[in-house]
Design a protein around this ligand. Structure first.
Ligand code: GUN
Length: 291
């Protein structure tokens, strides 16, 4: 293996440490405690794990955590009523509605009901527009975490060729905007891209966010490129015993690590940075709300 491993877990711990210092100052100097409300509808097991982890880390950095767990058959009106209540609550500085929502709920409508100033996910249409036009906004946590790791590794990203694989609203599109903001030459590749291996081979930076286990092999990677693997996929691992599973990314780690200059592992790469950025966004929202 030649690639440097980008340790997202250690980086995220540093970010959380800075957030905790900032929270302590807000408390001691201004008597303000930032608060994050997380709304979970239904019982999706992966979402339950994420929400629990978010709540735990929110408390660890000294902030208030408000968890709202709603039944899977919660009506749109009841969910919107809760969001309105959280919008009006001065103790709540950040609101996150865990996605995906059950099918009977309109995700766009729900997200756009959140006060954009409390939209710590950066998914509200106002924040999407502000990011796209290079204005001050709430920036989606996963792409923000990726950008922080890239800046830390490269210093300047100016002029680098970046390929983002995946065009989701949560990761692919905002990631492309952020890389463009740092003066990369950006390509967004997706399921209809012709000659995906050829497109990826040109990139100095590859961000894989497709949700397909180990889809990107090492021979797609330009020697020395930086690989940021956003995927978190659970696959069967019979080699570890009957019924066992393990987590893998969207990139085939071993073969990519042979060629890349640097790579994020799964787990321990992008994932911890996402939560750290959520906490940082909550502090940002709290500071903006309090002038
Ligand atoms: N589901 C998967 N990723 C995310 C995220 O970043 N935010 C929210 N709200 N839901 C998600």
């Amino acid at each position: 293996m030649t690639a440097q491993i980008i340790d997202g877990k250690a980086f995220a711990a540093k970010v959380r440490g800075k957030v905790a210092e900032h929270v302590a100052r807000l408390k001691s100097e201004h008597s303000i405690t930032p608060g994050l409300a997380v709304v979970l509808v239904g019982e999706d097991p992966a979402s339950q794990v994420y929400v629990r982890s978010k709540g735990k880390m929110t408390v660890e950095v000294g902030m208030n955590s408000y968890e709202h767990k709603l039944e899977a058959d919660t009506s749109q009106a009841d969910l919107l009523a809760l969001i309105n209540k959280l919008n009006a609550d001065p103790a709540v500085h950040g609101i996150l509605v865990q996605l995906p929502l059950p099918d009977h709920l309109d995700e766009d409508l729900v997200i756009n009901a959140i006060d954009p100033a409390k939209d710590v996910d950066g998914f509200h249409i106002s924040n999407v527009g502000l990011l796209g036009t290079g204005q001050k906004s709430m920036v989606p946590c996963t792409p923000l975490g990726c950008l922080m790791m890239l800046r830390d590794h490269h210093g300047s990203l100016s002029g680098l060729d970046a390929v983002v694989i995946g065009r989701s609203n949560i990761v692919g599109k905002p990631m492309a905007q952020l890389l463009l903001g740092d003066s990369c030459t950006v390509t967004i590749a997706h399921s209809r891209t012709r000659d995906l291996p050829g497109v990826v081979r040109r990139a100095d930076i590859v961000v894989a966010a497709v949700g397909r286990p180990e889809m990107v092999p090492g021979d797609w990677i330009k020697p020395g490129a930086t690989v940021i693997d956003v995927g978190i996929n659970r696959i069967d691992a019979p080699e570890n015993g009957e019924g066992k599973t393990r987590l893998v990314g969207d990139c085939h780690f071993d073969s990519c690590a042979e060629v890349a200059g640097a790579i994020t592992p799964v787990p321990g790469g992008v994932g911890p940075m996402t939560i750290a950025c959520l906490l940082a966004n909550t502090v940002t929202a709290c500071c903006r709300a309090n002038g």
